[in-house]
Design a protein. Structure first.
Lengths: 154, 397
């Protein structure tokens, strides 16, 4: 018998329904808004991926499970923005920062700190996520975007 | 793979242009074709860098229109986008395609019209090559990214931030001095005797980087004609050979181990050296991606010209100036010459070729002419890196 070319629609639909994303960016942002820093635990190398990616950011493995980070870490670096991008005028000056979390991965966010007192000695200070910042978005951003806001543990 | 040579070069004046991107690129292309002594009908493919044409002139797919503008259609014409490294990756692909034997004579280069966007919108569009989901809401700008890297540099090497700022300022002083001597530069005859204090005390953009730590927004274009190395002397007595290229990709800042040691740049430079069978000590001149003063220091360390943490002091000692260990950005670099982002990689190659022909402006020309030169181009916050090693003689067997 000659095999008929083509596949059953149901079979194609079943294949399309397969989910590759363990933690979506939308869920990650929703977590930040609730004060939770969500990430992914790798079963292969035991390390944590954050922000969420489809595979482990350290070993590339696909054996990931959702987890929650403490939100605590160390301030790696920061800057005080004095000349902003269009759309950020009202925030200026403000402090984007890079935080090395206790669990391993680094996270970009904002630092809640007096911009006139933000000096180099802040580097290495302990910080903790204390809230969320939501950028309202512009024509190009694909809607609003949220990042964590960190505070210095004095 | 066949070896490849550059036989023609073109470069518009950088700065503010009233002409369209299509006109600017055509001018650079026609200069390059004339310089090579080839006809437009000899061009078999176009490789064009252009980073933000959709935002600048509402023009997507500029490569096809550039080809048509020069009556090159229907040859394949492709836009390459790797933010500020767009032209370099276009040139690298052009060299690879000529190397395979698919084409003999091709045009490669790039164009940008960023200045007309104005600082606020240009800053927004440049920041689009940051990681939009995480770095977008944080409000990172490009000066912001390198300001963060500068702070890491000071911490890594136990430098008081003010000491580093003064050392970084020397990059701006040097590059503006050479830019002021370059008639094609945005700051030609300007800022030639800048002082360290001028840089440190100029307007703060992203702490600790000031306006004079930053390159400007610019308009401009540059183009090259490439052909197989064995054919090059049919067209010119002074071919410059592409000895090695490398390309690397990074990711979001949060994935980087150390902002002062981007793996994408280290890996790209290593690949280029491996292909060229050369090492940093062989190189006589570098055009490095000094989008910000700190960026030049990071670039030179990643390429292996200085040990980690030593480029700042070496720059302060004049080791990267004319007569130093390795002259860097004798064209003025991005800081002095201008940075039309999609054109920058081609401009860097143009100025290495000019050095090798002994045709750089007086005060910028290395004497005797350099045998080997290298370009370093960075796109995004270490997202796209490209290196090209050039030589006056063919690759060693």
């Amino acid at each position: 018998m000659v095999k008929m070319a083509g596949r059953a629609q149901e079979e194609i639909e079943k294949e399309l329904a397969k989910e590759y994303t363990v933690l979506t960016y939308a869920d990650y942002e929703a977590g930040i808004k609730e004060g939770k820093l969500l990430g992914l635990q790798c079963a292969s190398c035991d390390k944590i991926t954050c922000h969420p990616m489809p595979v482990c950011q350290w070993c590339g493995s696909r054996t990931l499970e959702r987890t929650e980070l403490s939100g605590e870490g160390e301030l790696e670096t920061f800057t005080v923005i004095r000349v902003p991008s269009e759309g950020f005028e009202d925030d200026t000056p403000y402090i984007p920062c890079l935080v090395k979390t206790k669990e391993g991965p680094s996270v970009v966010g904002r630092l809640d700190y007096d911009t006139e007192r933000a000096t180099q000695d802040l580097l290495g200070k302990r910080v903790k996520m204390g809230g969320a910042y939501t950028y309202k978005g512009d024509k190009f951003s694909g809607g609003p975007r949220t990042c964590p806001v960190f505070g210095v543990i004095e | 793979m066949r070896d490849v040579a550059i036989i023609g070069i073109g470069h518009t004046k950088f700065g503010r242009a009233s002409k369209t991107s299509l006109e600017l690129f055509s001018e650079a292309a026609l200069q390059a074709v004339d310089d090579a002594g080839v006809g437009l009908k000899d061009i078999e493919a176009l490789f064009q860098g252009a980073a933000l044409p959709g935002f600048e002139e509402g023009q997507v797919m500029p490569a096809g229109f550039s080809a048509a503008e020069l009556n090159l259609d229907p040859i394949p014409a492709t836009r390459f986008e790797g933010a500020c490294a767009s032209a370099s990756i276009a040139i690298r692909d052009a060299a690879l395609w000529v190397g395979t034997g698919e084409y003999d004579i091709v045009l490669a280069g790039g164009v940008e019209k960023a200045l007309m966007m104005g600082t606020s919108f240009a800053t927004r569009t440049f920041a689009m090559s940051c990681h939009a989901p995480t770095e977008g809401p944080a409000g990172l700008t490009f000066p912001g990214v390198f300001a963060m890297a500068a702070r890491c540099y000071a911490k890594n090497y136990d430098l008081p931030l003010d000491t580093l700022r003064e050392k970084m300022a020397r990059v701006s002083v040097k590059n503006h001095r050479h830019g002021a001597l370059n008639p094609l530069a945005q700051f030609y005859k300007k800022l030639s005797d800048l002082k360290v204090e001028d840089v440190v005390n100029s307007r703060m953009v992203a702490d600790p980087l000031t306006l004079l730590d930053c390159c400007p927004f610019s308009d401009g274009a540059s183009a090259l004609v490439l052909c197989p190395a064995e054919e090059a002397r049919k067209y010119t007595d002074e071919p410059v050979y592409v000895l090695g290229t490398g390309q690397g990709s990074g990711g979001p800042l949060s994935k980087m181990e150390d902002l002062t040691k981007p793996v994408s740049r280290i890996s790209s430079a290593k690949t280029a050296f491996k292909h060229a069978k050369l090492s940093p000590k062989d190189i006589d001149v570098v055009e490095a991606h000094d989008c910000f003063t700190i960026a030049e220091l990071i670039a030179l360390e990643c390429m292996g010209f200085f040990d980690w943490g030593e480029a700042a002091e070496a720059t302060a000692e004049g080791q990267t100036d004319l007569g130093g260990k390795i002259p860097v950005n004798m064209s003025g670099g991005l800081i002095g010459k201008g940075h039309p982002i999609g054109a920058t990689g081609a401009s860097q190659v143009y100025w290495i070729v000019k050095q090798m022909r002994g045709e750089a402006p007086k005060g910028n020309q290395i004497d005797p002419v350099p045998e080997y030169g290298m370009t370093d181009t960075l796109g995004g916050d270490f997202g796209t890196l490209c290196h090209i090693i050039l030589g006056r003689s063919k690759r060693k067997e």
